[in-house]
Design a protein. Structure first.
Length: 482
């Protein structure tokens, strides 16, 4: 059959409350034009994130019923540990309550002030946790990633030439480890090839530097390797996963993504000495090493989810769903990052709103308009998230790209929901010429996109900025807030 259907049936449903545009205008104003500040009950289609938003299976719910809540040595931990060891191949397994806890715990024991941590692209909390320790989170994304319209299959790759140059200029004591994120969330959800991971690993190991993988979407990356890397067309997904992690010294995992769970994560390592240090810190901050801030029920759900996510039927459906939305948006002239990945579709806000310069936050504009138009909540991944104010000039320094991520919760929405999103985006695109930029009127010191407040600029604003698309630089700005 050519038609790919969901490899599951629905047993429980959750009602959606439909809001009016006038209601949404009021809600968005009260939220300071920040979609993170909108209540979930006021969202019609929630594509803010794929983290912790999965619908769990009957097997996961059944497993939760046997959750052992003993403080030390609970049975649930050993089932969880066995699943991680079997899939990833690391013997040392430390549970934590989510991915950013894994980052904070691991970095606290490995990163020193002034050290550099290279990656294909650090996502928001990863970067913040490195910088909180006065380290440098260095993004070395491949050159192909800059072109959102290119069909290059592995735009998530790390730039190996840039890695080589970095390693030649710094000693091993200046680089505690190298990271790579699979898939590359900040770069349009694009996958990393196994060949790229292998070469990166070899470059690091030649200098005695460990490789740590951000494994949040490991199964989706493995599926895209199978689809796009010719040498792996006939290789099973679990075998591709094992080959990926054989190249690494450890991984950090948010099980809220490809663990198909609502909460949880882990650190998995080869080095028992490092694991022992981390366990001491784990007890201090997260909990005893056999629960790590999680209930036994959470550990059970993750153990089942890590195995379910490797199903090729599930991954094929996941890819088909993403492709359906991508094709629908492109058919309606909405510019997106191609080729589409699995966990999200990314609108290219700079192409969507070419008249709004990056310093005036075109991604935040598109995200707010999608909510106003159709009650769709999305996430800006661009200058609001990764840009910053230059302390010398007071001007906004833009991010590499301005994207709007339409994250697809796993096993939650159906084709008609996707049709609704496509229609909503097309309606916004039709009136793009009417839209103006935004400025930040309040922001915290770090991770500003979560809590910042924004304000729309008047129609006359936006003429004082000139954006150079070739170099991604803002030459001047109008109304950039602090």
């Amino acid at each position: 059959m050519k038609t790919i259907i969901e490899p599951f049936r629905c047993k429980t449903v959750e009602p959606i409350r439909f809001t009016t545009r006038s209601e949404r205008e009021k809600l968005l104003k009260e939220a300071g034009n920040n979609l993170f500040r909108i209540k979930a009950e006021d969202v019609i289609i929630d594509l803010l994130t794929d983290s912790g938003t999965s619908a769990m299976s009957s097997e996961q719910w059944s497993a939760m019923m046997r959750g052992d809540e003993s403080y030390a040595g609970c049975q649930s931990f050993f089932r969880f540990q066995e699943a991680v060891q079997e899939i990833f191949g690391f013997q040392e397994v430390l549970p934590v309550h989510q991915g950013r806890a894994a980052e904070r715990l691991f970095f606290s024991q490995t990163v020193k002030a002034g050290q550099v941590v290279p990656s294909n692209t650090h996502f928001d909390t990863t970067r913040a946790n490195v910088e909180a320790l006065s380290g440098q989170a260095l993004d070395l994304r491949c050159k192909e990633a800059a072109d959102s319209e290119s069909d290059y299959p592995f735009k998530g790759n790390i730039d190996l030439e840039a890695v080589t140059e970095l390693l030649e200029g710094k000693g091993p004591d200046q680089i505690p480890f190298g990271m790579i994120t699979i898939t590359n969330n900040a770069c349009g959800g694009q996958p990393v090839s196994l060949d790229n991971i292998r070469q990166y690993s070899q470059l690091l190991k030649a200098r005695g530097i460990p490789l740590i993988i951000d494994a949040a979407r490991f199964a989706e990356n493995a599926y895209l390797i199978k689809e796009r890397e010719p040498a792996y067309k006939e290789v099973a997904i679990p075998a591709i996963v094992r080959e990926i992690f054989e190249l690494a010294d450890g991984c950090l995992m948010s099980a809220k993504k490809d663990g198909l769970a609502n909460m949880g994560g882990f650190i998995a390592l080869r080095d028992p000495e490092l694991a022992a240090r981390l366990k001491d810190a784990l007890i201090l901050t997260e909990g005893f090493p056999t629960y790590g801030g999680l209930s036994g029920r959470d550990l059970e759900a993750i153990a089942v989810g890590l195995k379910e996510v490797l199903s090729e039927d599930y991954l094929r459906y996941r890819a088909a769903s993403a492709k359906y939305m991508a094709n629908g948006l492109r058919a309606n002239n909405v510019p997106i990052v191609v080729p589409s990945g699995l966990h999200a579709i990314y609108i290219d806000a700079r192409q969507f709103l070419p008249h709004i310069p990056p310093a005036e936050l075109p991604g935040q504009v598109v995200a707010c308009q999608l909510y106003l138009e159709a009650g769709i909540r999305t996430c800006e991944i661009g200058t609001a998230m990764f840009g910053h104010t230059d302390p010398k000039t007071g001007l906004e320094v833009p991010a590499h790209q301005d994207l709007v991520r339409l994250a697809l919760p796993r096993r939650v929405y159906s084709q008609s929901h996707f049709d609704y999103v496509i229609e909503g985006a097309e309606r916004v695109y039709r009136r793009k010429g009417e839209l103006t930029g935004m400025k930040i009127v309040w922001q915290p010191k770090a991770l500003r996109h979560f809590t910042a407040q924004f304000q729309s600029l008047p129609q006359a604003a936006g003429t004082g900025s000139e954006h150079c698309p070739r170099h991604g630089k803002t030459l001047s700005t109008a109304g950039a807030g602090k």
